[in-house]
Design a protein around this ligand. Structure first.
Ligand code: GLA
Length: 368
């Protein structure tokens, strides 16, 4: 490493349970991974920021005095450009620099590579002038960039997990109050296993936004008779009877029951009761398949085959769905057989090869 060079790292994340609850004011349980994106930074004495990545041929030179907008042809560079534009809007002083990204996080696989590059870029740039960056502020700021510059109406979970992750802990985040607790994840002879469908995700943003609208509609109807309900996750399951439209009722049923599953999961994890947690993961997947309808053949084949394979305590999709990754808790001595069995079944059903690998829970964004 050159002496003028600084290096930073931001992790990807998985969500252990509590899916599609962040934009409904509920509880989520994500964890940062040990894999992620590394950035090397070198300061320049002019007003230009050079962006490059070992994963892409596209490079960009940004002039800090110019204004930039989201442009599809800017591809991956839209993320750092969005961060730079919003930092300027905040009145932050930025200087020129060269940023080179290297990643071992599969892109577009539901492990939050976009939140990772956003949080990494903002942290790196702010570190040049600030020694104590407020990580909750950082998560909120990066979510705003994703919502306003990139145009994806995501909740706060991904940016929060990338900014505030802690080794060997999940983050129990209350998306209503934005308060969090760290829950130690003690897996002993088990491993957290990631299963990548390798399915290109199309239409994910429009379907994601559609689910958000359906949940807003469910809350609007419930509030017409129950005005004190703060958010959909806080609604009693009895209020589901107020929802006449079957699709809207199913969406709300997932949200309300999933929030209860997060509470049960935390109780189980605090007792190191991995079997109960595994069963809750399986029920969560079923609810995302049948009521929230965000899984699809690939995720269902992976999660359901995993659930039936020796040594696996539980499996579910993680993240937005519609492709991307599933996670499973698997006994360490059964992993090789698990990989073979699940991989073969997946190939025979979908014609695709999946990637299955054990991962560790790591820390949030940092200078290295
Ligand atoms: C995506 C979004 C998150 C969250 C999950 C679903 O990862 O970015 O905000 O809504 O989907 O739980």
């Amino acid at each position: 490493m050159n002496k003028n060079e600084q290096q930073f790292f931001a992790p990807g994340r998985v969500n252990l349970i509590g899916e599609h609850l962040d934009y409904n004011g509920g509880l989520v349980l994500p964890a940062a991974l040990s894999i992620g994106i590394k950035a090397s930074y070198r300061k320049r004495n002019d007003n230009r920021v050079l962006l490059s990545s070992s994963a892409h041929t596209l490079q960009k030179e940004i002039h800090l005095q110019d204004a930039y907008f989201f442009q599809p042809e800017n591809d991956w560079c839209n993320y750092p450009i969005g961060i730079i534009e919003h930092l300027k809007k905040e009145g932050r002083q930025l200087s020129g620099g060269e940023i080179h990204y290297e990643s071992n996080l599969p892109e577009g696989s539901g492990l939050s590579s976009s939140a990772a590059i956003e949080v990494l870029t903002a942290y790196l740039l702010l570190s040049q002038t600030e020694s104590d960056i407020d990580r909750v502020w950082l998560a909120n700021f990066c979510r705003e960039v994703e919502n306003e510059f990139i145009g994806v109406q995501c909740g706060i979970m991904d940016q929060y997990a990338v900014a505030l992750g802690k080794r060997d802990c999940a983050i129990l985040l209350d998306c209503d109050t934005l308060e969090h607790l760290y829950i130690p994840i003690v897996l002993e002879d088990y491993k957290l296993v990631l299963l990548n469908t390798n399915k290109p995700r199309s239409l994910i943003h429009s379907k994601y936004n559609e689910r958000k609208r359906e949940c807003d509609e469910a809350l609007r109807i419930i509030r017409a008779t129950q005005p004190s309900v703060a958010n959909l996750c806080a609604a009693s399951p009895y209020y589901l009877d107020l929802l006449q439209n079957e699709t809207i009722r199913k969406r709300a049923k997932h949200v309300i029951t999933e929030n209860l599953r997060v509470k049960e999961s935390v109780k189980a994890l605090r007792l190191n009761d991995l079997s109960t947690f595994g069963r809750l993961m399986n029920v969560s997947h079923q609810s995302l398949k049948e009521d929230y309808e965000v899984t699809g053949l690939e995720l269902d084949t992976l999660a359901e085959t995993a659930q039936q394979t020796r040594g696996c305590l539980g499996a579910r999709m993680t993240g937005a769905g519609f492709g991307g990754c599933a996670i499973a808790i698997v006994h360490k001595t059964a992993i090789e057989e698990f990989k073979n069995k699940v991989g073969e079944k997946y190939l025979s059903v979908t014609g695709l090869n999946c990637n299955i690998f054990a991962s560790e829970i790591g820390d949030g964004v940092r200078k290295i």
